[in-house]
Design a protein around this ligand. Sequence first.
Ligand code: IPE
Ligand code: IPE
Ligand code: MG
Ligand code: MG
Ligand code: MG
Length: 300
Amino acid sequence: MPFENTQFIGWMTHIQQRMETTLAGLLPSTSSAPQRLHEAMRYTVLEGGKRVRPLLVFAAGELVGAQPDNLAKIAAAVEMIHAYSLVHDDLPCMDDDVLRRGKPTCHVKFDEATALLVGDALQTRAFELLSTPLPGVDAVSQLDMVHQLAYASGHAGMAGGQAIDLASVGQTLSLPELEVMHLLKTGALIRASVLLGASAGRSLSVEEREQLDHFAKRIGLAFQVVDDVLDVDADTATLGKTAGKDVANNKPTYVSLMGLNEAKQFARELREDAFAALTGFGEAADRLKALADYIVARSF
Ligand code: IPE
Ligand code: IPE
Ligand code: MG
Ligand code: MG
Ligand code: MG
């Protein structure tokens, strides 16, 4: 079923446009040296991508009345980490992909060394941004944000998950092992997006924070389950990346372990579980719920 929530689509388009402007302003200019690196950074981050992590930052930030200008900077930091992870994920030594966001991958358009450096430079730019004082956010809370993004990106998060992914090529993982891999390589940054947005406004109670965290973890896992589904269920033109790569690369996925229909069903169950965690927030969580719907119903 196509995703048809027009009110949500309007909001999503607005945030996506805002992020394009914010990111364009925060990335180094192509008129300053080293120009080729700057060009490759802008090529990688701008004009493409669904901006799901920024959308999560904004939706969670709304829940706590955070300032939109602060959310845009936090969201830009997370999106830069995500874009860096994609550049490295596509390298020949990892997934060896030539198409990303409908364009040649960074190492194809430029070269491998530049792609490595784009990753390095985007990662450090993200932390440079997130450690610049945000108006109205106290220093201890902001230090906690830096900590959260670092934790989610490193060995206990995205990078660790990517290591498990590479070590799992050609293997049959158990469902719990696959869940750990997905929670780390993709779930950690999705979870951090929600928690960072929620850290930028009024304080949540311990209980509220736990509920939001449960939502974030379930939707983070659902995101990668759907990515696995789309790899076999969508075409290259729609995806903007080469379809069928998981089978071609011999990757264990939810589809290879469960089958296509069961993986789709599992994504829906994760969404239900994620929704249930938000009950206590009432209507204030409607945006997050719509976003969870989008994550599960998306076609690319
Ligand atoms: C793709 O992420 C890689 C995963 C972590 C599954 P997205 O599907 O969010 O990619 P873009 O940012 O929209 O291109
Ligand atoms: C990517 O997972 C996870 C990252 C940390 C980038 P995939 O390898 O499945 O992502 P795609 O399918 O290439 O976007
Ligand atoms: Mg990969
Ligand atoms: Mg990949
Ligand atoms: Mg994939």
